[in-house]
Design a binder for this molecule. Sequence first.
Ligand SMILES: [Zn+2]
Length: 459
Amino acid sequence: MKTKPLFIKLSHPIFMKYKTIIGLETHVELATESKMFCGCSGNYFGQSPNSQVCPVCLGLPGALPVPNEQAIKWTVLIGLALNCQINLSSYFERKHYFYPDLPKGYQISQYAKPLCQNGYLMVNNRKIRINRVHLEEDTGKLLHGQQFNDKGSYIDFNRSGVPLVEIVTEPDVESAPQAAKYLKQLQLIIQYLNVSDCDMEKGSMRCEPNISVVNYNSWQKNQQLPDYKVEVKNINSFRFVQQAIAFEEERQALLLDKNQQPKQETRRYLESKRQTEAMRSKEFAQDYRYFPEPDIPPLELNPTLIQKLNKQLQTIDLPTQRLEKLMKDYGLSSETALVLTENKKLGDNYLRLVKNSQDLDKTKLANLLINKKIAADLNPDDFFTQAKHLLSKKNIDQATFDQTIEKVIIDNPKAVADYRQGKQTALQFLLGQCLRTLGRQIEVEQLKHLLVEKLALKK
Ligand SMILES: [Zn+2]
């Protein structure tokens, strides 16, 4: 009797020794006009140090915090966009720890009752569960030595008290690329809600992955989370998040190979070394001595407010809706539509500008913006004029370009020799000769590029 040969796929679990379990904590600064608990301006970027502070955000004794209504509404809006349950009753708590950038000795945050709970975000058809979305205040910013040519450390309290939303996932993420995809999607959704610029370079979005590597077989058996996890603090780029996770996967697997258990700890990511480094043993919730903030009454949200915010959410185009709109209504290819969706500002400009350019090709208009052939900050009328001019340029085929350039090179040996000796004016002359044949209505930059290429070839 013939038996079927047994092939085992390389991705089969018997080849997998370890599994990575990742939970992601993301902090996003809300772009409210004022800070979370005082009237100071919330826009601190580029301001002179300690110019936007008051007794409340400096944590002076006796100062009383008053919650920012806009920040609460925006947090609920984020929660609704992430399919969360909204807690109509919630409250702020004090989270105690000592650090120089936290003058009060505690941060006003939420613990037992966050504003939003139990949501999810779909990432490539995989459900990443959201444990909670809560509201807290940002800390001050420490600046160390080098920047001032001395060894001191300095504190800027402009950031202290800026509203900060924390979004925490369940440990549903399995790999570094998946973490990056989740973060990118989260960033886009919040940008589309217009409540934060989520600029990782400026620090208005920061990410902390919690990573545990476990033995695959024992995970298969009991699906139990291990009693250690490693938190990597404040990472400010998608690339670094991926690198930090990859490093931890290897480090923890090597420990497990030696029958050692990774420590529960907080680490930092060193970009230059592409490594994580231990900072401190990881705190447990009880270390923070949470208790309800006595200076702020509990939050009671009106159900009609939630309905209103839900209605508002229905009117906002989120990334998936924009992508669909650009493909369906504007006839763009999925690649072009994706560029204009992932770069929200560029997409906003495109939608703003094409309104006045009805009779021009929408794909060509998108390419003009994507390839930076035309400035995106124009007014629609100027955009129309410039786009029309650019799109009316003749499309000359490659062969005509080649023939013209070759003829000009042969007919003008002196200019060619001059150019090869470094005379830039000779190049302008040769370019002029080509334009005389081809006419001025062509892409000069493209022609110049080809001419330079051919001059270099024929040496
Ligand atoms: Zn203040």
